[in-house]
Design a protein around this ligand. Structure first.
Ligand SMILES: C[S@@+](CC[C@H](N)C(=O)[O-])C[C@H]1O[C@@H](n2cnc3c(N)ncnc32)[C@H](O)[C@@H]1O
Length: 316
């Protein structure tokens, strides 16, 4: 997969609507104490403004019950900007000066990035034992044309690096098998962490020991307790920013395996269906879509057939 064929590497830009409004920089740049920041409350009006904007720009639904959560997550932005009220924060966010810089930070603050290596492990068993042999049977070993795998909503990288381990293992049983992994997310902060390929030792516990020995390197300074993804594995993954809510994804290579897990739950049903239609267009016939274990495509009009729990296949 060549990233020059995609538009995902461009800078995170706020929606045009934000860039038109009048300028309003934060007026008070003095530091804010812990006590002061925790007493700042979000009004219902500001919550509606922010939650509607978040839903329309990145699809994440925030019903009124999520107000306290949003308040908590955006307080760190108020503190970073030394802004003393959510009203002023909205003015700043929706101004041209604010929108250019703040949109990215706001998205980083409001997204939930929980992930793990080998999360929902039966997906990786299915991939190795069933999906990959079937795809090789259908399209050949990938020696001439690589298999393209996409981890949409990859968070801090554990999912695409798990895929890279499983695909590398498969290539050892299937000589000539070639693959390339694209990993995308809306949050620039998680992508930065993912690209570094460096994790706390506790994070890699779900990785089976024989794979740890092959694909993870211990830090030279043992006391840091950090591990690094081996360079060959890191080089098989290309990271880029992509908002699933955009009309065009700019990916023009056919995808054989698509992991879009634990992100649909943040969207409402019509948005889920719209995004899944768009995602399905990128899958090659016979290609597989994996969604999270609490996500369901039941009742949606999509060119996909269910083959196992939370695993779907594009019609051939
Ligand atoms: C809970 S994590 C899931 C990570 C991984 N797929 C997994 O299952 O472990 C959800 C990710 O979706 C990303 N996300 C949320 N809205 C998005 C959008 N509109 N476009 C792309 N990514 C989005 C978040 O930044 C977050 O990293």
């Amino acid at each position: 997969m060549r990233t020059e064929t995609t538009n995902i590497m461009r800078d995170a830009r706020p929606p045009k609507r934000m860039r038109r409004q009048s300028s309003s920089l934060p007026e008070n740049m003095n530091g804010i104490s812990d006590g002061e920041i925790f007493s700042v409350r979000m009004s219902d009006k500001d919550f509606v403004r922010l939650s509607e904007f978040i839903r329309s720009s990145c699809g994440i639904k925030l019903p009124p019950a999520k107000k306290t959560m949003l308040e908590g997550r955006l307080r760190k932005r108020l503190r970073a900007l030394s802004i003393r009220s959510f009203e002023r924060y909205c003015e700043f966010l929706f101004s041209p000066d604010g929108s250019e810089s703040e949109y990215i930070h706001m998205i980083d603050a409001v997204t939930t990035n929980k992930t793990d290596f080998f999360r929902e492990p039966d997906h990786f068993d299915f991939l190795f034992e069933r999906a990959l042999p079937e795809l090789v049977g259908l399209y050949g070993d990938g020696a001439r044309k690589k298999f393209n795998v996409w981890s949409a909503a990859c968070s801090t990288g554990e999912e695409p690096y798990t895929l890279a381990m499983v695909l590398s293992e498969f290539s050892q049983c299937c000589p000539g098998f070639g693959f390339s992994i694209l990993a995308t997310d809306i949050s620039t902060a998680v992508l930065e962490k993912a690209r570094s390929g460096i994790y706390e030792h506790d994070r890699v516990i779900p990785v089976p020991m024989e794979l740890r020995k092959k694909y993870l390197l211990k830090s030279r300074k043992k006391e840091t307790g950090l591990v690094r993804i081996a360079p060959e594995l890191r080089n098989s993954v290309q990271f880029g920013r992509l908002n699933l809510q955009e009309e065009e994804y700019g990916i023009n290579v056919p995808i054989s395996i698509l992991f879009c897990r634990n992100v649909l739950i943040y969207f409402d049903r019509p948005t889920q269906e719209k995004l899944l239609k768009r995602l399905s267009q990128h899958l090659m016939p016979g290609g597989y879509l994996f969604v999270g274990h609490s996500e369901s495509l039941h009742g949606m009009d999509l060119p996909l057939v269910q083959t196992a729990t939370t695993i779907y296949r594009k019609q051939q």
